[in-house]
Write a protein that binds this ligand. Structure first.
Ligand SMILES: Nc1nc2c(ncn2[C@@H]2O[C@H](COP(=O)(O)OP(=O)(O)OP(=O)(O)O)[C@@H](O)[C@H]2O)c(=O)[nH]1
Ligand SMILES: [Mg+2]
Length: 343
């Protein structure tokens, strides 16, 4: 799962990248962007590790890209800068509130930049289709059909509309898949504030535009994280910083990806796995290993919450709280799974 950090120049993207991934951005890559990973914080995972004390632990990770800052007055250049975001599953727009950025204005102009970037991609294809259907090609009819599906999308974008809430037919989904349209990606607004407290009214105003929003003093927290450990607590208290925002940000980012976490756990390894919400036991098996999906017989499932509460798998079974499920079982967030298979 890839998360793109994006926003106007100097909004604090690279600082947030560093805070979340613990990797210092490489300055030589400032123009292309860079990738790092962050562990998704999960109390259940930590508790499972404490329960099993395994030889190996593998927490769930997400991939973050730091991208070059967008310019406020260069729509065209921005489309180019955002091309790296096509690979992202989710966009996190960073607003530099600490530097005077206005969240509502930034959210609106970012939306315009996204629309413009999508318009370029769709228009290119439409222009090519229009040209090709003039030629006597064997696939002329198919191209004609594709053109008819893309034209309304192009015209919506031309009117400045985001594609976020538009209903696409299956064929429209199919023909736009390779464009990886930016306005259809889930989005989170991250307000990088100067202080621990942020005006709740302003926050609500941005939420009213239909965005998920989170405010956090990420830059400050990075400064504190870079202090000697002995000084950290004192400075954090002085700045009025409470709970570190790092975990809170990662959880918020994870939430918009619409994934769930399931676990495999024994004395050898405790591991957290990510799965799209709504996916099934056989999908979970395939995430672990293709062989497990191919040879899937059944899965044994228990809720990690029960396991932690009762203290052992045996107790959970004794209480009748485990299930044997088939391929179609929809995996729930917090399930612990053992796949029975034969290949
Ligand atoms: N005071 C304060 N300074 C910050 C904060 N976040 C970032 N900065 C500073 O602002 C400057 C720009 O931060 P970056 O993280 O490089 O911003 P960026 O969005 O990556 O910038 P570009 O990649 O150039 O678009 C740096 O000097 C940071 O130290 C913050 O929350 N508060
Ligand atoms: Mg940067």
């Amino acid at each position: 799962m890839k998360i793109g950090l994006v926003g106007y120049q100097g909004s604090g993207k690279s600082s947030i990248f560093e805070l979340l991934t613990g990797t210092q951005p490489d300055i030589s890559k400032a123009h292309t962007g860079q990738v790092g990973t962050a562990v998704v914080p999960d109390q259940r995972f930590d508790d499972l590790v404490a329960l099993y004390n395994p030889k190996k632990i593998t927490p769930a990770k997400i991939e973050l890209f730091d991208t070059p800052g967008l310019s406020r007055d260069q729509g065209e250049g921005n489309a180019q800068r955002m091309s790296v975001l096509r690979e992202a599953n989710v966009l996190v727009q960073v607003v530099g509130v600490y530097a005077g950025g206005d969240p509502e204005a930034d959210a609106r102009s970012f939306e315009d930049d996204l629309v413009l970037a999508d318009l370029q991609v769709v228009s290119n294809r439409v222009a090519k289709l229009r040209e090709n259907i003039k030629k006597p090609r064997p696939d002329r009819e198919e191209l004609q059909a594709e053109l008819q599906l893309l034209e309304p999308i192009e015209s919506a974008l031309n009117d400045g509309q985001s594609l976020r809430d538009q209903e696409f037919s299956d064929d429209q989904e199919k023909f736009t898949k390779s464009f990886s349209l930016l306005t259809r990606k889930p989005r989170l607004l991250l307000l990088n504030t100067a202080e621990a407290e942020f005006d709740a009214q302003k926050l609500a105003a941005v939420e009213a535009l239909g965005h998920k929003v989170i405010a956090a003093p990420a830059g400050l927290e990075l400064d504190v994280a870079q202090l000697d450990e002995a000084d950290r607590a004192e400075f954090a208290a002085e700045l009025g910083l409470g709970e570190p925002c790092r975990d809170q940000l990662l959880r918020a980012i994870f939430e918009i990806t619409d994934q769930i976490t399931f676990f495999t756990a024994d004395e050898k390894e405790v591991r957290a796995w990510l799965l799209k919400r709504g996916e099934t036991a056989v999908d979970a098996a395939g995430t672990i290993h293709t062989d497990l999906a191919r040879g899937f017989i059944r899965a044994e499932v228990m809720a990690v919450a029960d396991l932690l509460r009762l203290g052992s798998e045996r107790e959970v079974k004794a209480a009748g709280l485990h299930q044997l499920v088939g391929k179609e079982y929809v995996v729930q967030d917090g399930d612990e799974i053992v796949v029975r298979f034969s290949v």
